[in-house]
Design a protein around this ligand. Structure first.
Ligand code: HEC
Length: 107
């Protein structure tokens, strides 16, 4: 293989490297996000028609964070979600979003 070929291979793999480095802090966020999600399951049950809230698995990190901030600031109004969002700190919002978006591929 030429040197140039080797270098471009390296470039191909380096983004993965940085992903593994951040995944340690992500896994901590994911673990606490999972605990927070326990309080959401009553309304956001996966694969259940009877749940009163939409399925959250499959939403992206950014969508969940901005949705929760919109509920928190009453930009979006839903009596239940406004209360839920107000009870969450910004870091809890990030954690639960991290957890939910990490579950995407499992379904
Ligand atoms: C008491 C029931 C209830 C609980 C508990 C609850 N939710 Fe909700 N949630 C809802 C309902 C109902 C909606 C749909 C609101 C609407 O259509 O405006 C919703 C909508 C949402 C949305 C927007 C989804 C979308 O597709 O736009 C997000 C994100 C969300 N909830 C996150 C959470 C999180 C995270 C928790 C736990 C910390 C939680 N919810 C707990 C009832 C609940």
């Amino acid at each position: 293989m030429s040197i140039a070929g080797g270098l471009s291979l390296l470039a191909l793999f380096s983004p993965r490297l940085s992903q593994t480095q951040t995944s340690a802090e992500h896994s901590e966020e994911i673990a606490s996000g999972k605990r927070i999600y326990e309080s959401c399951i009553g309304c956001h049950r996966v694969g259940s028609d009877s749940s009163s809230g939409p399925n959250l698995i499959g939403l992206g990190y950014g969508e969940i964070v901005s949705s929760l901030h919109e509920y928190k600031s009453y930009k979006k109004v839903n009596i239940m979600m406004n209360q839920v969002a107000l009870s969450l700190t910004d870091s809890q919002i990030r954690s639960v979003a991290r957890y939910l978006s990490s579950q995407r591929s499992a379904f």
